[in-house]
Design a protein around this ligand. Structure first.
Ligand code: B12
Length: 266
């Protein structure tokens, strides 16, 4: 009989997972984790002591300093390996489930054709100073990502990819000129919360430029957005690390090419 809340695989061969877990290093439940960080001090014995003090305050005890290297004259990079005191309660983990079904390119094209009776227009860009185009290209370009073709491959989707370092006013203007149904923005750099500031500014600019209820679907992607933060940023959906073009195409159909009654008003 599995313990309360424990999971067993179909065949029953896998060991039940307890609700409370700790990290694993050498032996089950030893709590071992490895962390790296940089301190703003020159590399010497005092710096190494400071790293261990930080580790202890982070709940890593005992901790070993496994690597310390000067990063120029004023900084030191550390790797610390130690036993975490903290426990993880699996019952408190919240998983955000995908809210739409995954469709094949054929189904996506058929849904757009039958329900919109025109091509679905997508305008995409990396905004601000961000020049990391690989992510948005993975979604939009025909070559795609993870074995899936990008949105350019879909017969019923028109893709306008504006590339890197696009200014928000230029994005708004192009979206209006193209009569965009969806605007796709990529933000990879997170230094000084650039991704948050740029996304908020972008969504505000669209809401100012369009009459209420006519704003294009605002979709943002990047590896370091907080899950569930779309409403806070004023956008409709955030896609994170490992997103595939098929997921994005299915989402577009879910939001824009459903029978009218099931579409929510933005
Ligand atoms: C390649 C790369 C570059 C290339 C970019 C080339 C290009 N044309 O894109 C170059 C060399 C130009 C570069 C420059 C810089 N980079 Co750089 N770069 C990387 C690197 C190694 C890989 C990024 C990448 O291509 N990932 C692969 C793609 C497929 O993944 P992805 O972007 O996450 O995209 C997926 C999802 O997030 C999602 N997605 C992304 N966007 C969108 C958009 C939509 C609409 C949707 C639906 C989905 C979606 O779907 C994608 C597919 O699954 C990362 C480190 C890393 N390993 O991640 C650093 C990294 C992003 N770079 C970094 C930095 C600091 C810089 C520079 C500032 C360095 C410097 N001092 O000059 C400059 C900044 C340039 C600029 N103005 O933006 C940091 C960012 C740190 C931070 N916290 O912000 C990183 C994390 C490296 C690091 N560890 O320090 N970089």
């Amino acid at each position: 009989m599995p313990a309360k809340g424990a999971k067993e695989s179909g065949g029953g061969a896998r060991k039940a997972t307890p609700d409370i877990i700790r990290p694993y290093g050498d032996t089950t439940g030893d709590g071992m984790v490895q962390v790296s960080f940089t301190l703003p001090v020159p590399h010497d014995k005092r710096a190494e002591g400071a790293a261990l003090q930080l580790a202890a305050k982070m709940g890593l005890e005992p901790a070993l300093l496994v690597h310390a290297k000067a990063m120029g004259p004023d900084f030191t990079f550390f790797v610390v390996y130690g036993s975490a005191k903290h426990l993880v309660d699996l019952r408190e983990v919240k998983v955000v489930e995908r809210e739409f079904p995954l469709l094949t390119p054929k189904d996506v094209n058929a849904a757009i054709k039958s329900r919109m009776r025109r091509k679905l227009v997508v305008v995409g860009a990396c905004i601000g100073t961000d020049a990391h185009t690989v992510g948005i290209d993975a979604i939009l370009n025909i070559k795609g990502f993870a074995g899936e073709k990008g949105l350019e491959y879909y017969r019923e989707i028109k893709v306008v990819n504006l590339g890197a370092q696009v200014l928000v006013p230029d994005l708004v203007e192009r979206a209006r000129a193209e009569k965009a149904d969806a605007v796709m923005v990529s933000q990879v750099v997170t230094q000084r919360d650039a991704h948050i500031h740029n996304t908020t500014a972008m969504s505000a600019a669209f809401r100012e430029a369009y009459p209420a209820g006519q704003v294009p679907l605002l979709v943002v992607g990047g590896p370091r957005f907080e899950e569930g933060s779309a409403p806070k940023l004023g956008v409709d959906r955030i896609f994170g690390r490992g997103t595939t073009p098929g997921e994005v195409a299915s989402y577009l159909v879910h939001e824009l090419a459903q029978p009218k009654a099931t579409q929510e008003k933005r």
